[in-house]
Design a protein around this ligand. Structure first.
Ligand code: DMJ
Length: 575
């Protein structure tokens, strides 16, 4: 099976570059143009409702409390970043402003972007006695600053001449330097927490998560490329290599580990909380830096996920040592996975999982934090929806890849439910309990960095035309630059792609899925029957939906009969 460099190269061209070109030619005859315009305006209004209220009632603190029209220094759980030239007791890092900068550029609001850039340039400092979470501060603050710096130096964004002279990069570099002591461990795996002024605190906890130490490479790598200081990239890379060396013989990783001993603490893992962006950063680092090493890690890691966690369109958790299922839960963070699958070309698998996530969204009105698949009920305590972006993110990627208008419908429905259930006079509030739609007084910064951004880009992707970006896990765009690449990708179209759906609407799916589970499994006795399912081999019905169990055939991994889910998808449901 032909995978690896050439295949990845093709995907880079196909999925990031070419979709945007086709957009230009089709724009004139786009039958959905009016709908897209109407919806993009609606999302624009949502963004400004959230942003303006933040600026009025919470800035320069971290995040808005929309019900009481007040603020929270939520990064203070991660540590307070004090602001210079402000009274001592006035803590906050203007987190939501930092997180909003790239969205402002995407919305074409260069004036507000410039105002924010200049304000941060003059007021933000990291010389504070504050204990922060390395991962959160990296994806939100460092990522926000690096991305905004790149956008500020892009002449198309036309900042007033002479106003910007790398102030955000200077701030980012300072923050990056303050991260470095966290990596000073026997293993090179960083502590989860660091004091920005004093470094690692005495008796600091040594437990961290896989995503906490395995998803730093985009921001820290970009910082090294921009500053010429290799220490940031080296530290993140060393940690990632160490983490990868700790994988099990099944190529699975756990969820938590000890940074001093390099031993796993939690062996059960999945694609959700604590692990998610580890996978995301392997593939995105390959795209951004063109380095084979990332692909060589990603490929077996992805294969193992599909083999051990995937169950029809769902993903459960499993023990990294045995591959045995542990928890049968859907979590809202998992909904980013179809977006990642689009990046690797596994469109069919992406489509089927995305539909199930959307089905759960529709069932509750929004997606709950945790849903127990084996009991078909909500998790007793994790019934909340904190305005998370993951389903919108995957919807955006799938629309880019397929141009299937169904994803526009999904986007519209997400926009409508967010407006219906979470919009209040003072902004957008999180939902505490999806069964009662009781609200919680918190508008997370990722609502502006990600949720609104992906919804807007779904309906108006003009920002992406003729430009190639990778979005960090927090939605901050980083450009794909040949100067950052070890080697430029070659354009290559593999011949062994499976085609799916109906013949007249050919879609391509990656060959990777075939390799994971070949159509004819050796332990399968049903030679006469058509095998499908986990192999993503086309289902009998062209639209991929099933009406009855008879549409579903036999699972090629287990030889068990599949059944038709409530949402109309084949799988090894709870039978
Ligand atoms: C974001 O902060 C990032 O996407 C992170 O990787 C996990 N998800 C949250 C928002 O849900």
């Amino acid at each position: 099976m032909l995978l690896g460099k050439r295949w990845a190269s093709f995907l880079i061209f196909m999925l990031i570059f070419s979709t945007f070109y086709s957009q230009i030619s089709s724009s004139k005859s786009d039958p959905y143009a009016a709908k897209k315009k109407r919806m993009s305006q609606k999302v624009r209004q949502m963004f400004y409702h959230a942003y303006d209220n933040y600026m009025t009632y919470a800035f320069p603190h971290d995040e808005l409390k929309p019900l009481t029209k007040s603020f929270t220094n939520s990064l203070s759980e991660l540590g307070n970043l004090k602001l210079e030239r402000l009274p001592q007791e006035y803590n906050g890092s203007a987190l939501t402003l930092i997180e909003s900068l790239s969205s402002l550029v995407i919305l074409g609001n260069n004036t507000e972007f410039e105002k924010g850039v200049l304000w941060l340039s003059e007021n933000l400092t990291f010389d504070v006695d504050a204990r922060i979470n390395l991962f959160e501060c990296n994806i939100r603050v460092l990522g926000g600053l690096v991305s905004a710096h790149i956008l500020a130096t892009d002449s198309t964004n036309r900042l007033t001449k002479g106003t910007y002279s790398n102030q955000l990069l200077v701030l980012a570099e300072e923050l990056g330097r303050r991260f470095l002591p966290a990596f000073d461990t026997p293993t090179g795996l960083p502590y989860a927490w660091i004091n920005l002024k004093h470094g690692v605190m005495e008796n600091e906890i040594t437990e961290t998560s896989t995503s906490g130490c395995g998803s730093l490479i985009l921001e820290m790598g970009a910082l090294s490329h921009l500053t010429g200081d290799p220490r940031f990239e080296s530290a993140a890379l060393r940690a990632l290599r160490k983490l990868w060396s700790m994988r099990s013989s099944l190529n699975l990783v756990g969820t938590t580990l000890d940074v001093e001993t390099g031993e796993w603490i939690e062996f059960s893992s999945g694609i959700g909380a604590g692990v998610d962006s580890f996978y995301e950063y392997l593939v995105k680092a390959h795209i951004l830096f063109g380095r084979d090493e990332f692909w060589r890690m990603f490929q077996p890691a992805y294969t193992a996920v599909q083999k051990y966690f995937r169950h029809g369109p769902w993903y459960h958790e499993a023990d990294m040592r045995t591959g045995r299922a542990t928890y049968w839960q859907l979590t809202s963070l998992q909904a980013f996975w179809p977006g990642l699958q689009v990046l690797v070309g596994d469109i069919t698998a992406a489509n089927s999982s995305h539909r199930e996530f959307f089905y759960v969204w529709q069932k509750f009105g929004v997606i709950p934090e945790r849903y127990l698949l084996d009991h078909q009920m909500l998790h007793p305590t994790e019934k909340y929806y904190p305005l998370r972006p993951e389903l919108a993110e995957s919807t955006f990627y799938l629309y880019q890849a397929t141009k299937d208008p169904w994803y526009l419908q999904v986007g519209e429905s997400i926009v409508d439910s967010i407006n219906l259930h979470t919009r209040v006079e003072g902004g957008f509030a999180s939902i505490r309990d999806v069964t009662t739609m009781e609200l919680e007084d918190h508008q997370h910064s990722f609502f502006l960095a990600e949720t609104c951004k992906y919804l807007y880009l779904l309906f108006d992707d003009s920002f992406l035309v003729n430009r190639n970006y990778v979005f960090t896990t927090e939605g901050h765009p980083l450009p794909i630059l040949s100067s950052w690449h070890e080697r430029l990708p070659e354009a290559y179209i593999p011949s062994n792609w499976t085609s799916v759906k109906s013949e007249e609407r050919r879609k391509r799916a990656s060959a990777m899925s075939q390799r994971i589970c070949p159509a004819t499994s050796p332990n399968c006795r049903h030679d006469h029957e058509q095998l499908e399912s986990v192999c993503h081999i086309p289902d009998t019905r062209a639209d991929y939906r099933c009406l009855t169990d008879d549409d579903c055939g036999v699972d090629s991994m287990s030889c068990r009969r599949r059944s038709c889910s409530m949402a109309g998808y084949c799988g090894l449901w709870l039978s």
